[in-house]
Design a protein around this ligand. Structure first.
Ligand SMILES: *[C@@H]1O[C@H](CO)[C@@H](O)[C@H](O)[C@H]1NC(C)=O
Ligand SMILES: *[C@@H]1O[C@H](CO)[C@@H](O)[C@H](O)[C@H]1NC(C)=O
Ligand SMILES: *[C@@H]1O[C@H](CO)[C@@H](O)[C@H](O)[C@H]1NC(C)=O
Ligand SMILES: *[C@@H]1O[C@H](CO)[C@@H](O)[C@H](O)[C@H]1NC(C)=O
Length: 209
């Protein structure tokens, strides 16, 4: 009888604890990455009241972002790889991000290239691998991912990121440098070939005289 009461009481206690936890606990809406619905506008669907999706959406910060998007190279050729790093300043880590490659100044929302997710880096792909996001909300200061350019020549690609400091503080439209397209070796070879021809021509002229 005593045992029965005790187990009933403990069941009741755990029920109360569970309700309290649910009520007080923060509901992180997207701890495992940006949702597919954000593929186009890259705006986090964070509501004024985290637990109530009928409340207005929170707006991005309008101040200078704490975060930068760095690229390993600004020359990109078809199928070329670029390492993209989202870095935080010393005092503001981030718990979420969403990164895509877009054409510079393009508002069409077209995405370019594909990302590869390295699960040890706590990242996962979205939008048919044309976007990449956090796979858990472990706080971080930098995350590097690899992007592969499309197989066809593309112009003026720029990485665009949304970075979430915490549920209420996030930045959108953080851009990397613009990548210059090249068609592979020809972009480098043409000027140097031109220079060699010029030098050869000079030599010929000197030789003639
Ligand atoms: C994008 O627009 C800005 C401002 O209008 C301009 O300065 C910049 O050159 C443009 N970039 C490209 C790659 O078109
Ligand atoms: C990835 O997340 C795990 C927790 O799930 C954490 O222990 C680990 O340090 C994280 N790795 C990186 C590279 O942030
Ligand atoms: C990334 O952040 C860690 C600390 O969080 C730091 O030790 C490391 O140097 C950083 N790497 C880069 C490339 O900034
Ligand atoms: C986000 O960070 C700011 C500044 O540190 C803090 O005032 C705010 O309470 C935090 N919001 C959440 C939801 O953690």
């Amino acid at each position: 009888m005593t045992a029965h009461i005790t187990s009933l009481t403990s069941a009741r206690v755990s029920f109360i604890l569970m309700v309290t936890f649910l009520a007080v606990g923060r509901v992180r809406m997207y701890p495992n990455g940006a949702p597919e619905e954000s593929c186009s506008d890259m705006i986090p669907l964070h509501h004024a009241d985290e637990d109530n999706s009928n409340t207005p959406l929170l707006q991005p910060q309008t101040t200078t972002p704490y975060y930068t998007v760095l690229v390993s190279t600004t020359d990109v050729e078809p199928n070329g790889h670029v390492t993209v790093t989202i870095s935080a300043d010393q005092s503001h880590d981030y718990e979420g991000f969403f990164l895509q490659a877009r054409r510079a100044n393009d508002t069409s929302g077209t995405r370019y290239g594909t990302f590869t997710a390295d699960s040890s880096n706590n990242v996962t792909t979205r939008c048919s691998s044309q976007g990449i996001t956090h796979s858990n909300n472990v706080e971080r200061y930098n995350t590097s991912v690899v992007w592969m350019a499309p197989s066809t020549k593309v112009y003026n690609i720029q990485f665009k990121a949304t970075v979430v400091n915490n549920y209420s503080i996030f930045f959108t439209n953080i851009h990397s440098q613009v990548l210059n397209p090249s068609t592979g070796s020809s972009a480098v070879v043409v000027p140097s070939l031109g220079l060699s021809l010029f030098v050869l021509l000079l030599r010929l002229i000197n030789h003639v005289h």
